[in-house]
Design a protein around this ligand. Structure first.
Ligand code: ATP
Length: 263
C-alpha cells in the first residue's frame, strides 16, 4: 500500500538545537497511527511538520508520492487535513455555527451544511447542544464539538494532539469509545499524539515511540508494546506502575476492562 505521507531525511532545528531527526517515516491510508513519547520528545513538532503547519529544516515530505514544497504546501492540500488539539479553540457562537465553519469556508450550499451539521452532531451525540453558546460547554462537550468540527469536512487525515488529555477519566472513556466507533465507521486516517498509553492502546493500530527527536520504534501497536526494543522499553517502563503486566508478554487487557474499556 502506498503511503499518504512520507518523510525522508527530515531534520528540524530551532536556535541550532536539533529537535527532530527522522531518516524515514510514513503514514498509511486508513491507519490510526499513535505517536507516544516523553515530554519534549518532538511529538507535536512531528505532527506539525506532517500537517504542513511548520517547515522542516531539511529533508523532504511527500503527499501521495508527490514532493510538497517545504513551507509552501498548497491550500487545496492543507484543506485535506483537519487538526484537533487539547484545547478545543471554539469560536464565540453556537455549537451549530462552530461545526458548520469548515463547510462555510468551503462555500458549501446552506442546505447541505445544515444536513451535514445535523449528521455530525448526531454522530457525536451533541444534537441537544446545537443552539448552546460554546462558552457554556463542559470540557467533554467542547471536545465533542471540536472533533465534529474537524470531521465534518471529511479530511483525508485527521491530526490529533492530545485531544483527550484534559478530560476526567469517565468523560474521556465515553468520548474515546464514541470516537473510535465513528473513526472505524468512516475509515478516516488518523495521526494521534498522546502521552497516555491507555489512549494509545485503545485507539491506535500502529504506534511510533518517539524519544529525543527520533522515532525509536514503530510497528503494530500491540507488537511494539509487547516487544519494545531497548530504547522504547526505557520509556514504557514508567508505565509499569500503572500496568505491571506490561513487563510480561501479555498486554494488560484485563486492567483496561476493569477500567471500563472493552477491547
Ligand atoms: N519554536 C520553538 N522554539 C524553540 N524550541 C522549540 C520550539 N518548538 C519546539 N521546541 C522544542 O522542541 C522540543 C520538542 O517539542 P515538542 O513540543 O515537539 O515535544 P513533545 O514531544 O510534543 O512534548 P510534550 O509531550 O511536552 O508536549 C522541546 O524541547 C521544545 O522545547
Amino acid at each position: 500500500m502506498n503511503p499518504l505521507i512520507e518523510l525522508e531525511n527530515i531534520t528540524y532545528k530551532k536556535q541550532d538545537k536539533s529537535i527532530l531527526q527522522i531518516p524515514e517515516f510514513q503514514v498509511y491510508p486508513g491507519e490510526f497511527l499513535g505517536i507516544i513519547g516523553p515530554n519534549g520528545a518532538g511529538k507535536s513538532t512531528l505532527l506539525k511538520l506532517m500537517s504542513f503547519l511548520d517547515k522542516q529544516t531539511s529533508g523532504n515530505i511527500l503527499y501521495r508520492s508527490k514532493l510538497v514544497p517545504p513551507g509552501n504546501a498548497p491550500l487545496d492540500l492543507r484543506r485535506k487535513f483537519s487538526i484537533a488539539l487539547q484545547q478545543s479553540l471554539l469560536l464565540d457562537g453556537t455549537v451549530f455555527q462552530n461545526i458548520a465553519l469548515g463547510l462555510k469556508i468551503r462555500k458549501i450550499p446552506r442546505k447541505t451544511i445544515k444536513e451535514k451539521v445535523e449528521l455530525w452532531m448526531d454522530r457525536f451525540q451533541i444534537s441537544h447542544l446545537a443552539k448552546k453558546n460554546t462558552a457554556t460547554l463542559s470540557g467533554g462537550e467542547a471536545q465533542r464539538v471540536n472533533l465534529a468540527r474537524a470531521m465534518i469536512v471529511e479530511p483525508e487525515i485527521l491530526f490529533l494532539d492530545e485531544p483527550f488529555s484534559a478530560l476526567d477519566f469517565p468523560t474521556k472513556i465515553k468520548l474515546m469509545e464514541d470516537f473510535k466507533a465513528i473513526m472505524e465507521g468512516t475509515g478516516t486516517t488518523a495521526v494521534f499524539v498522546s502521552h497516555d498509553l491507555m489512549e494509545i492502546h485503545f485507539l491506535t493500530n500502529r504506534l511510533a515511540i518517539t524519544i529525543n527527536g527520533e522515532v525509536q520504534q514503530s510497528g503494530p501497536t500491540k507488537r511494539v508494546l509487547q516487544h519494545p526494543n531497548a530504547a522504547a522499553s526505557s520509556f514504557l517502563n514508567k508505565w509499569k506502575k500503572f500496568y505491571p503486566e506490561l513487563s510480561s508478554s501479555q498486554f494488560p487487557e484485563s486492567k483496561l476492562k476493569t477500567a471500563g474499556i472493552n477491547l
